[in-house]
Design a protein around this ligand. Structure first.
Ligand SMILES: C[S@@+](CC[C@H](N)C(=O)[O-])C[C@H]1O[C@@H](n2cnc3c(N)ncnc32)[C@H](O)[C@@H]1O
Length: 356
């Protein structure tokens, strides 16, 4: 084939070009990082995969254009393609266009080129637009591994979670002698309230965005050495045995693929006699505003017996599944009047456990 082959994708979006540019650059860097590719944005920016430099920025005009010289094949280091990301104003928004040209030199046979395009470009695009992958993305984005500006805003001030936080703090009754662990800390709002007791704390979350936000929310405590926030998974805590006097986990349990492993890991890092409070994942909320689709079909739910069994199977000496009313806490936590009724009734389950 003699004509230049260009792969092209575009999106019309209701954002100013400068805003579209910021979102695209941030999300592209984060999305590539999840795939093991590092994108350093900016005029001198580059893209690396392991040791190999894959792309080098050759034009960088914020709000208008990013162009990269791209080397897709490290076994053919002289072959460079050109990648452009253009931002063009139109109809009150922006047309974002990705163009990647020069493919005909890398995959010369037209049938092979068509095969690569179908299997490696179009198929992932269609998968992204099919229910399983889209539902996973929406679930991760909003709750299971939150990321992006909207999630940062939600978890920086999670008004609807404050009643749960109040119950947890009431159960833990923290003092300045406590060393608290929070697992799945989101934006760090519970930590902020917990630290008011004078305790010290550490927290983990597997979302890099949430780790950054939790550190920002509690920057003074971090600077004072009273709080450490680490990117880690609930079932592999980066702490020594018997580090903490108590632990909390809220709005996380239902997302865990192996909750017993995570609870056992928390037990490992608790002092003997250490106490644990975990917000349950109640079957009754499946499909309601508290656990709508597509989250609902990706969450695990536990009734009283199942919740208590998780604690026992994880090796805790004393285990109770209890109900705690959120109503008294909802009003004082600033839940809007119109939504107070969501917090009426006997309230959600909590697992209260103690290490032997
Ligand atoms: C629904 S958010 C709740 C955040 C916070 N606890 C709150 O109540 O506002 C769930 C959080 O748990 C984190 N998470 C989920 N599974 C996790 C895991 N296996 N290890 C560490 N963090 C996890 C997510 O990244 C997210 O920040």
């Amino acid at each position: 084939m003699s004509a230049a082959t260009t792969v092209r994708a575009s999106l019309e979006v209701d954002l100013e070009p400068s805003d579209a540019f910021s979102v695209l650059v941030e999300e592209l860097a984060a999305g590539l990082a999840r795939r093991g590719i590092r994108f350093e944005p900016g005029e001198q920016g580059r893209v690396t995969e392991g040791e190999a430099e894959v792309g080098r920025v050759v034009a960088w005009t914020p709000g208008e254009l990013v162009a990269l010289e791209w080397r897709p094949a490290d076994w053919r280091p002289d072959e460079a393609t050109r990648m452009e990301l253009r931002f063009e104003p139109g109809d009150g928004g922006t047309r974002v266009t990705l163009e990647h040209s020069g493919w005909e030199r890398l995959i010369e046979d037209p049938g092979e080129l068509a095969g690569w395009f179908a299997a490696e470009v179009v198929a992932p695009l269609l998968e992204a637009a099919a229910p399983r992958r889209l539902g996973d993305w929406v679930t991760d984005r909003g709750a299971r591994r939150p990321s992006g500006a909207q999630a940062r805003s939600t978890y920086g001030d999670p008004v609807y979670h404050y009643p749960n936080f109040r119950v947890i703090l009431a159960e833990l009754a923290l003092t300045a002698d406590d060393v608290l662990l929070e697992v799945g800390c989101g934006g760090g709002a519970l930590l902020r309230d917990a630290l008011a007791s004078g305790c010290r704390a550490a927290a983990v979350d597997h979302s890099p965005d949430m780790v950054r936000l939790a550190r920002e929310t509690n920057r003074e405590a971090v600077a004072a050495g009273r709080l450490e926030v680490r990117e880690a998974s609930a079932d592999r805590l980066p702490f020594a045995d018997e580090t903490f006097t108590c632990a909390a986990m809220t709005a996380v349990l239902g997302f865990l693929p192996d909750p017993v492993a995570a609870l056992a890991e928390i037990r490992r890092v608790l002092h003997p006699g250490g106490r644990l409070v975990v917000l349950g994942s109640d079957p009754e909320v499946k499909g309601t505003m508290a656990a709508p689709e597509p989250f609902a079909s990706r969450l695990r739910f536990y009734d009283d017996d199942e919740l208590a069994r998780l604690g026992r199977d994880a090796g805790y000496a004393s285990v109770r599944a209890v109900r705690r009313s959120l109503e008294p806490f909802a009003r004082e936590a600033g839940v809007p009047e119109a939504h107070l009724e969501l917090f009426a009734g006997e309230g959600p389950r909590f697992l209260l456990a103690r290490k032997g």
